[in-house]
Design a protein around this ligand. Structure first.
Ligand code: NI
Length: 240
């Protein structure tokens, strides 16, 4: 149930039954040689929509651009500054709260958002209003972690993972790219100083992952597991 596909009277009647909403947040950044630039946003949005169906929950418009400064040496990546993302989150939250949403559940698709997302939500949770916020990194759900491990083990890596690319291919099978053998087999994670240094260290954009293993069939399994994780956690969150 997408907020943007409702009418205002429909939102009003939803709010009489439920004051919770799921908010997908991702990023628009390079995902290696065969992963889509929108991977993190597509994954967060796809999981949010499926979890929303299972939990009968409203889903807010996706925050599609996040903090991705370190990917900016690869074409097509986009980034917000920390202050911009913080202000955007605050405005999203206050808009929803004004209508009576009290339980805001963010499903996050990008590690680079975590610092600002957790700071904004923590401040909101401490401000003595009736609003409660939480976020889950989609890859950390109980069922999801198990399936990622079973499917890909050490080839999952840290960026442009076969799991996330599989979910995008399941969601948008018209966008599947042929498997490309990545030329960066580096498994040892070295910290970068800036975007250019990141590209020197990880020339194909991946960190420790083998995205040539992505399939849409794996994506269907991962979506099923992650939507179950989110729906279950959201229902518990509603009663908090
Ligand atoms: Ni990603």
């Amino acid at each position: 149930m997408l907020l943007q596909h409702q009418t205002w009277p429909e939102v009003e009647s939803y709010l009489k039954q439920c004051q919770g909403i799921i908010v997908p947040i991702g990023s628009t950044e390079q995902h290696g040689l065969n992963g889509l630039i929108g991977t993190d946003s597509i994954v967060a949005e796809t999981i949010a929509q499926e979890a929303g169906i299972r939990a009968h929950a409203m889903v807010a418009p996706t925050i599609s651009v996040g903090m991705a400064e370190h990917h900016m040496a690869f074409k097509g990546s986009m980034t917000l500054r920390a202050d911009t993302l913080g202000a955007l989150l605050e405005d999203y939250i206050s808009s929803l709260v004004r209508h009576g949403f009290t339980h805001l559940y963010f499903i996050n698709g990008h590690g680079g958002n975590v610092r600002i997302l957790s700071a904004v939500l923590k401040a909101k949770n401490n401000d003595m209003t009736a609003t409660t916020c939480k976020f889950l990194n989609w890859w950390m759900g109980r069922r999801t972690k198990t399936i990622r491990e079973e499917l890909y083990g050490p080839d999952e890596g840290m960026h442009a993972t076969p799991s996330e690319i599989s979910i995008t291919w399941h969601a948008h099978s018209e966008q599947i790219r042929a498997p490309v053998q990545n030329y960066n087999s580096k498994k040892c994670i070295e910290r970068w100083r800036n975007a250019e240094h990141y590209r020197e260290l990880y020339p194909d954009g991946c960190i420790g992952s083998d995205p040539s293993l992505a399939t849409k069939e794996a994506g269907a399994k991962l979506l099923d597991a992650s939507a179950a994780d989110v729906a279950e956690d959201f229902i518990v969150f509603l009663s908090s």
